[in-house]
Design a protein around this ligand. Structure first.
Ligand code: 5CA
Length: 437
């Protein structure tokens, strides 16, 4: 992409409304623009990151055997009356009426909607287990939307729902998602600690939140000091094997959210306990028959008797992850994207657009990189070198190639690694090979 043709409205000054670094940098780097409180438009650069995050989430869901669907954002109130949540959900739910005066709502989550789909379609235990997911916008009329996409009113969530014939099957489905979540966050270079959590308005009695430790986190969390030195790897595990040992291993170290942590009964000594702030990027729930009973979602079990479906639901804050990734990856000059989610893998800067030889060489390099499949953002604008360096550092692409008249005369181009700041002159002809490899 040529920057001269791109839409990247950078801000020079720090926007005064942004209180945390990710919000500031997303606005300054032209990733998002606010529409109204807690509601944002995603501009080209931000949308590329959102799509990459979404794709990692999707790949790990698919790997676990979950099936992608797409449910609507607008749901009928009747369904929520069946579960009893229409009244329980309170002011967070955006309620609307259509032209026939029928009550509708903008979905804050989809337990009722998905149970309605499954109750009409699955009649026998032979068609189970099933795990359905979608990646869809949600609306929650939060009392205090803040921190940009971190606590929005409209936000993108991956939510899925598992259906099993009995509790043992449902626990296996829960364990699968537990594993898929560890893999998902690890692929983004994030250390998400699974913590015992409260179930809130979703309900149920087994629940974990996946928390990224960060000073700007909204939740107070408690965990064993040993977590600080524990790497969570994207382990390869067979999803069809017994996942209980794996689950026990990753829940053996103490970790709990504010609502679940009780100082009097905490199993570890106080010197071993860390109190920190966390960003909740995912939350999984096992709630058994909480929705299947009131909605009448029954299947014939092995002995022919009708039994209510055993269910769990599992959420990942896809748009919140974009902010979280910036909280975890930035410096004074701007964002530093991990390779796995970077909007482009490489920034190419032509320092002297007015120089015909520089332009020809930079154009040629851009063409070669593109045809080799490298995603490149090419700064071909007529701007000062200082402005170009600052812009490239701000948007945080992992690598930069900087071409100027001096290097060109020597047949070299400067490579800069954004994260380490390392710089090196490379022969122009080997530069392409390096990024294709
Ligand atoms: N139905 C369940 C699981 S699918 C559910 O809704 N869980 S949740 O309420 O915990 O939300 C799932 C994830 O969405 C959270 O872990 C968080 O990462 C994200 N999320 C929740 N509220 C917001 C919000 N206001 N802004 C941005 N992300 C949010």
């Amino acid at each position: 992409m040529r920057l001269s043709e791109y839409f990247l409205p950078l801000l020079r000054e720090n926007p005064s409304e942004a209180q945390i670094v990710s919000h500031r940098l997303m606005l300054r780097a032209g990733m998002i623009r606010q529409s109204s409180a807690g509601i944002y438009s995603w501009l080209p650069l931000g949308l590329r990151v959102l799509k990459r995050v979404e794709q990692i989430v999707r790949e790990e869901q698919d790997r676990s055997g979950a099936l992608e669907i797409l449910m609507p954002t607008i749901q009928p109130a009747e369904l929520w009356r069946e579960s009893g949540r229409y009244d329980d959900y309170g002011k967070e739910m955006l309620r609307i009426k259509d032209r026939h005066d029928r009550e509708m709502l903008y979905g804050p989550t989809n337990e009722e909607q998905v149970t309605d789909i499954v109750r009409g379609a699955i009649k026998s235990y032979r068609d189970l287990p099933k795990n359905l997911y979608h990646i869809q916008w949600k609306f929650r009329d939060e009392v205090r939307p803040r921190f940009g996409v971190m606590r929005g009113r409209e936000f993108l969530m991956k939510d899925n729902y598992s259906f099993d014939v009995d509790a043992a099957g449902a626990k296996h489905s829960y364990n699968k998602m537990f594993l898929a979540y560890l893999r998902t966050f690890a692929r983004m270079g994030l250390k998400a600690i699974p913590m015992r959590a409260d179930t809130g308005p979703i309900g149920g009695d087994l629940s974990h939140e996946f928390q990224i430790l960060a000073e700007t986190g909204e939740s107070e969390v408690f965990c064993d000091r040993a977590w600080l030195n524990t790497d969570i790897l994207a382990e390869e595990v067979d999803y069809d094997s017994d996942l209980e040992p794996f689950f026990r291993h990753w829940t053996s170290l103490y970790a709990a959210t504010d609502e679940m942590h009780k100082p009097d009964t905490c199993p570890i000594p106080s010197e071993q306990l860390v109190t920190a702030r966390g960003i909740e990027v995912g939350h999984i729930f096992y709630f058994g028959t909480k929705y299947s009973v009131p909605l009448g979602a029954l299947v014939a079990g092995p002995d022919g008797e009708m039994v209510p479906l055993e269910m769990g639901s599992y959420g990942i804050g896809v748009s919140r992850l974009v902010g979280t990734l910036i909280e975890a990856n930035h410096d004074d000059n701007g964002i530093i994207w991990p390779d796995s989610v970077a909007p482009f893998s490489l920034g190419l800067i032509n320092l002297r657009v007015a120089d015909a030889r520089c332009r020809a060489a930079a154009d040629a390099l851009y063409g070669k990189l593109r045809s080799a499949g490298v995603t490149v953002l090419y700064d071909d604008r007529d701007e000062s070198p200082g402005a170009k360096f600052a812009a490239m550092d701000l948007i945080g692409l992992p690598d930069q190639l900087i071409l100027g008249p001096r290097g060109l005369a020597a047949g070299t181009i400067e490579w800069k690694h954004r994260r380490s700041g390392a710089r090196q002159d490379l022969p122009i002809d080997t530069a392409v090979a390096r990024f294709v490899a």
